[in-house]
Design a protein around this ligand. Sequence first.
Ligand SMILES: Cc1cc2nc3c(=O)[nH]c(=O)nc-3n(C[C@H](O)[C@H](O)[C@H](O)COP(=O)(O)O)c2cc1C
Length: 259
Amino acid sequence: MSGSRETVGKTITVAAVLCIACSILVSAAAVSLRSTQQKNKALDKKKNILAAAGLLEEGADVEAVFAEKVKIKIVNLGKGTYNEDFDPATFDQRKAAKDPDTSIKIPSGEDLARIKRRATVASVYEVYDNGQLKQVVFPVHGKGLWSTMYGFLALEPDMRTVAGLGFYEHGETPGLGGEIDNPKWKATWVGKKIFDDSDKMSIDVLKGQTVAGSPKIQYEVDGLSGATLTANGVEDLVRYWLAEDTFKPYIEKIRQRGA
Ligand SMILES: Cc1cc2nc3c(=O)[nH]c(=O)nc-3n(C[C@H](O)[C@H](O)[C@H](O)COP(=O)(O)O)c2cc1C
């Protein structure tokens, strides 16, 4: 009897020691890997920005290309001015969107991207070549069918023509809404005009395919078959982020600068 009690006691002790040892191991691994994970996350973000700008070449040194060509600025949304209060290298837009001091609630009638809150400022990535502005990459996000889709939209210096679009995080269904990652679909955005000649927001993701010869072809993008809700979400988030309350005043400033 006392032998079996001893065995139970020992078993519990061994299990407890094992649990403690394992949890120490896991915590140590989590702590020691955190900085590597953060570095990888930052590198991945830069890769996605360069990809949207069409500057991600096979085997290229992402850090070097980014440092040479991209200037990160923080912009006051709805005003278009630069904001110097935040460090562009460390500014975290998602965190800022949750902090009441640096964010606003979006009135439901205006919440085209269906994100409820947004930061009052945002990063923009100005791409230069020999001192000349070549593109601006805008961070954009909004709801698809199942998830919030996070991506980057690059515009040519006319601030009207799409240079590239890509998403780096979403939870849409592979093969349906997940087709937003299909390079062929992303390519259909390139060259499309967001605004018409009188500067009216005109980009239009169709339900179905574009038709050559359509009078509005320069504003029209192919829909996603079986995933119209996700495709509509992409149109809505592009429209939301390039509007008067968000990046449009900055867009106008860039145009004036170019002129
Ligand atoms: C399991 C499942 C997953 C789906 N995933 C998506 C999706 O990721 N994006 C989307 O727009 N529609 C998705 N749909 C389809 C939508 O419910 C809806 O039918 C579709 O968006 C309508 O587009 P269509 O008119 O082009 O068919 C899914 C449907 C099912 C049953």
